[in-house]
Design a protein around this ligand. Structure first.
Ligand code: DGY
Length: 324
């Protein structure tokens, strides 16, 4: 008997083909986020729920689906799932680490370059047909080569960002909950500094921490005040890691140089000023948005849920304590 699986949103075709072969699959036919009631209706009788980072999965859904054996998130971040509720019900929750590291670091570095060199402003100028020609003083940006990149969080994606920074001759300093060994730091050519020092010394400050109650508004008013007046902050982690209202105040008052943002506190809605502030580059949560990466994420989610349905421990369980 093939396990019954409900997918909340269309994902790449090779993953759907794989799942159709190995499971009895039901897919949300509409390209939109479902309500909790719709998820419950769609997943009734299913053993596996393959959900997205935009689907809040709480106790209400878990209790309404007594046959649910696994919640497989299509994403490395899993703050959309009430993991404590799943753990209390002995339901494994899985995520997709590793496969989106490079794509997300690419977007972080793209935002760094775009913010430093004012690419958003430049593109808007050209498209508005207001460009009057080359001008020695037009849209002068920040130098990237030789600048200091501060990384807050130094897991897989932070380290991939450091690798990119080496090619641009950036000095890389980092803060992480757990410091790397001297040998690892040497190999990655990075220097550990206390949190506040990284914030104060960075020309570019890029955030790479998971979102949880400890990282809510990790960067706020006092940090913007402590940054260099030319500093640019990059966020590809989760919106609420950064206090968006405080960021808007800092950008509006030009207390910092700029921001490159892929994630927002209340996606898809931004703080109103962010739609027009020229010193912010804003893109719609594109970190993992490549065909290859999204396919790998889907295959990993599929393998995780199939493992649970086969009575095995899934490779990427975020609540392994349920296995004792
Ligand atoms: C994730 O996987 O958490 C990403 O934010 C999706 O791009």
């Amino acid at each position: 008997m093939k396990p019954k699986v409900f997918i909340t949103r269309e994902i790449p075709a090779p993953v759907l083909a794989f799942l159709r072969e190995h499971t009895e699959l039901t897919l949300n036919p509409d390209d939109r986020v479902l309500s909790a009631a719709e998820v419950i209706a769609g997943a009734r009788g299913c053993e596996a729920l393959l959900c997205n980072i935009t689907d809040p999965v709480g106790a209400e859904i878990m209790d309404a689906l007594p046959g649910l054996r696994v919640i497989a998130n299509f994403g490395v971040g899993f703050n959309n799932i009430d993991v404590a509720a799943a753990t209390a019900r002995k339901i494994p929750v899985t995520n997709t680490p590793g496969v989106l590291t490079e794509a997300t670091a690419d977007i972080a570095f793209a935002l760094l370059l775009a913010s430093a060199r004012r690419l958003g402003e430049g593109e808007r100028l050209v498209r508005s047909r207001a460009w009057t020609g080359w001008n020695p003083m037009q849209m002068l940006g920040a130098d990237v080569t030789g600048a200091t990149l501060g990384l807050i969080g130094f897991g897989r994606i932070g380290q991939a960002m450091a690798k990119r920074a080496r090619a641009f001759d950036l000095t890389v300093i980092y803060w992480n909950r757990t410091r790397l060994s001297p040998a690892e730091e040497q190999a990655l050519q990075v220097t550990y500094r206390p949190f506040d020092d990284v914030v104060a010394a960075a020309d570019f400050l890029s955030l790479h921490v998971a979102y949880n109650k400890d990282t809510h508004h990790l960067i706020g008013e006092k940090h913007f005040a402590a940054m260099k007046p030319t500093a640019i902050v990059i966020n590809t982690a989760r919106g609420p890691v950064l206090d968006e209202k405080a960021l808007v105040r800092a950008l509006s008052a030009k207390r910092i140089g700029g921001a490159g943002l892929d994630v927002f506190e209340r996606e898809p809605v931004l703080e109103p000023e962010l739609y027009t502030l020229p010193n912010a580059v804003v893109v719609p949560h594109l970190g993992s948005a490549t065909i290859g990466t999204r396919t790998k994420m889907g295959m990993l989610a599929a393998k995780n849920l199939l493992a649970v349905c086969a009575g095995q421990r899934p490779p990427n369980c975020v609540n392994p304590q349920i296995y004792g």
